[in-house]
Design a protein around this ligand. Structure first.
Ligand SMILES: [Zn+2]
Length: 133
């Protein structure tokens, strides 16, 4: 008895579009709109991986609108979850590099002036008078 695996067929229908059209979609749907070419890479917050414009999947939703999806297989990351560097990973070299670039300069702190206590002088004074007779 052959049991067919119940494979969930998601209603996402992926489409193949031209590079220029894809690039236009990427620029249109990413937050900063910066995507110079399809070789440009972004990081996905959902899968924590880097992907380029070529690997980005394009699908048509139920309203016949084209949307872009993270290039990592199996990840459904949306443009709202993409960034040019993984800012969520503080230990990542790219993140450190970015944060080091915009580090505020530290002003030198003025040295405290130390006050020396004045010495108290005591003058002994003889109160003897010479009486001249
Ligand atoms: Zn992803």
């Amino acid at each position: 008895m052959a049991q067919s695996t119940a494979k969930e067929v998601i209603m996402h229908s992926y489409v193949t579009i031209g590079d220029r059209e894809k690039l236009r979609l990427l620029r249109e749907q990413t937050l900063d709109g910066y995507w110079p070419d399809l070789a440009y890479k972004n990081w996905c917050l959902r899968c924590n991986r880097e992907f380029d414009g070529y690997s980005v999947r394009v699908r048509r939703n139920r309203w016949a609108e084209l949307t872009v999806e993270c290039g990592t297989p199996g990840c459904h990351g949306t443009p709202a979850e993409w960034a040019p560097y993984p800012w969520w990973d503080e230990q990542h070299p790219l993140t450190r590099q970015r944060q080091a670039g915009c580090r505020a300069p530290t002003a030198p702190r003025p040295k405290g002036v130390s006050l020396t206590a004045s010495s108290s002088g005591r003058g002994a004074e003889g109160a003897d008078r010479n009486r001249q007779a």
